[in-house]
Every structure is written in C-alpha cells, then in structure tokens.
Design a protein. Structure first.
Length: 124
C-alpha cells in the first residue's frame, strides 16, 4: 500500500461520516501538504474497485466514500444533507420474496429530516 493510500484509509477510518473526495483532500493536505487532488481521485477509484471503500451516488449530494463494506442503507437529511447509515437486514429478503427470485444488489436512500434539523428553530 502506498503512503498516500494509507493516509486516505486512515482519514476514512478516523471519520464517522461519509466523506467526499474534497473533504478527504482537505484532510490529507494537513498531513501531506504535497498531495494532489488527482492522487486522491486515483486512489479512491482504485480503492473502490478493490472493494476497500464504496462510492456512494446520492442524488443532489456530492459523491462520497463509505468505509463500511457490509450491506447497509442510507438516510439523507433533506435539510442539511447529512448522510447516516441505517441497517435494514430484512429488506433484501423482503424484496426477494416479493419478486420470487434472487437479487444482485439494491441501493436505497431514505429521505428524511434529521433530529438536529427537526428541533424547533429558534426565533429570530
Ligand atoms: Zn439535518
Ligand atoms: Zn454508509
């Protein structure tokens, strides 16, 4: 593993969020000022293909990267854009039952308003 890739992996592992390439670039630059955006992109692409990270495509949000490779789904807050993991272990079974056949994969994004945004807004 190259130093750059190790750094990207560390950044992802230390974060409890889903980071965009820009955010990873920003954090990587703090540790390795000479690192280039292209290096970040190339490594993320290679890591995605190698199954080390998962690239998330969510409508209306910049692509971000997930270090959790076990199947899970995502909640997207429509107010602040925060992405949270949600595990729905029986959903694949339910879909298969409904279809009567095995599925390969599915991608689910649940839109909602997160607890932070649901709090009553302060009066201005
Ligand atoms: Zn929110
Ligand atoms: Zn996730």
């Amino acid at each position: 593993m190259t130093k750059q890739r190790e750094l990207i992996m560390t950044i992802l592992n230390q974060s409890d969020r889903h980071l965009t390439a820009d955010e990873i670039f920003f954090l990587a630059k703090l540790k390795m000022p000479s690192i280039a955006m292209a290096t970040i992109y190339n490594n993320l692409n290679a890591m995605n293909e190698a199954g080390l990270v998962k690239r998330l495509h969510i409508d209306g949000v910049a692509d971000c990267f997930d270090k959790i490779m076990e199947p899970h789904d995502h909640l997207l807050c429509d107010s602040c854009g925060k992405i949270t993991d949600i595990k729905l272990p029986h959903l694949a079974d339910t879909i298969e039952e409904e279809l009567g056949t095995e599925i390969v994969d599915y991608e689910l994004t649940v839109h909602y308003t997160c607890p932070d945004c649901r709090r009553p807004a302060r009066k201005r």
